[in-house]
Design a protein. Structure first.
Length: 390
């Protein structure tokens, strides 16, 4: 039996410009997730930790950050758990590569005559871990953008002989029209042609898995989200191989990140005021939660919601909260005022325009119709003598 723990896209040292004051805290959350990954590897007594690229968010990192990573890898060395790392697209193996600047294996306590920490590079494309009876291989380029698919020439070699053959790639599986601009792209046919038992993938931040030919492949996903819209992140994959006459690959997900995601749709008709909405959301407060709130349905005239104000008031209660108002202002109900009055003429003219636009399915027409519904709502309030703040 061979037991692997597979992670990728840790992105240590990410700047998180979108998080403002919370950026430093999120960097620490990412390091905590990496530490939790090492904890999991030790607790599960795995044979190998695979890090499939983008361990670091960039090749520009302070020495202290590299030493923190080395200290965690040193714990694996002490437990006789081997680590194999490939560069990604953020920490690519170019001239300024962090793996050229620092001897990460040496800092982690791995000696030249052991195989406890291995960085695969263009000159070291594979490692035979004899104690685990496995060959781990990868095609690593010296540039961020690959000149060709890293699987183009990757095949299971007859020598050295090993029970298991594992590959590593940091790149996208080809999806026509979506991955054309990616730096590294592989196809499922190329995966199948390798003959590998398992292919550990990085680059996509959501966990997913599949099979091509006889090869099982998986993305582990980022252990902690790099951006707050990555709701498939927060997991690593623990991959268990059992040896019988027939090879099998079993994959189970293990959560190591703290960040959780939730989506909440609220019918605007059930909300009496902005204060009431704030109260409803405050009841869900959780500093580890990214909450995506969407107001739907038909909005009463009296309900005036300013999403950015609510988001500001909830800062500190959530890791991140986003309010989107997708509700629509109501059309006029009941008996309309006489068309000879200002109110009657206004309502009929605007509602006629809305009806025409809503019959048109184009997105720009729908958006214009929604704007006119708001115009209608504000006009009704003004004509009824209400004070309106624009």
């Amino acid at each position: 039996m061979l037991r692997l723990l597979h992670t990728a896209d840790v992105h240590l040292g990410a700047r998180h410009d979108d998080l403002g004051d919370a950026a430093a805290a999120q960097r620490e959350r990412q390091f905590a997730a990496f530490k939790a990954t090492v904890d999991l590897a030790i607790a599960e007594k795995v044979d190998i930790l695979l890090i499939a690229g983008d361990l670091f968010d960039s090749n520009t990192q302070p020495r202290r950050s590299v030493e923190r990573v080395a200290a965690e890898l040193k714990r694996l060395v002490g437990a006789h758990i081997r680590t194999v790392i490939i560069p990604g697209t953020h920490d690519c193996y170019d001239r300024s590569s962090i793996y050229r600047t620092y001897d990460l294996a040496g800092l982690a306590g791995s000696k030249p005559d052991d195989d406890l920490v291995t960085i695969l590079t263009p000159s070291v494309p594979s490692v035979h871990l004899a104690a685990c009876d496995v060959v781990v291989q990868a095609t690593v380029f010296g540039t961020k953008r690959a000149p060709n698919s890293p699987l183009r020439d990757l095949r299971v070699a007859a020598e050295p002989a090993a029970a298991w053959h594992v590959g590593m790639v940091h790149g996208a599986i080809a999806i026509p029209g979506r991955t054309d601009g990616d730096e590294v792209v592989v196809t499922k046919d190329e995966i199948a042609a390798t003959g590998l038992d398992y292919l550990a993938l990085g680059h996509w931040h959501s966990a997913q898995q599949g099979r091509a030919g006889e090869t099982t492949y998986a993305y582990s996903g980022a252990p902690e989200p790099v951006a707050v819209n990555q709701d498939g992140a927060g997991k690593v994959l623990i991959e268990l191989d059992s040896v019988a006459h027939t090879k099998t690959v079993k994959i189970a997900e293990r959560r190591v990140g703290r960040t959780r995601f939730d989506k909440l749709d609220l019918d605007a008709a059930t909300i009496g005021s902005q204060a009431e909405l704030l109260s409803v959301l405050s009841a869900r407060a959780d500093p580890d939660l990214v909450l995506d709130v969407r107001l739907t349905g038909v909005r009463p005239d009296e309900l005036d919601v300013e999403p950015t104000e609510i988001e500001d008031q909830l800062k500190g209660s959530f890791l991140r909260v986003r309010i989107r108002d997708a509700s629509k202002a109501a059309l006029t109900g009941g008996t309309l005022p006489s068309p000879d009055t200002i109110a009657g003429a206004f309502i009929r003219d605007v509602e006629a325009l809305i009806a025409g636009l809503e019959r048109d399915a184009r997105a720009e027409s729908v958006a214009e119709a929604d704007e006119l519904r708001d115009v209608l709502r504000l006009g009704r309030l003004l004509l009824a003598g209400h004070e309106v703040t624009l």
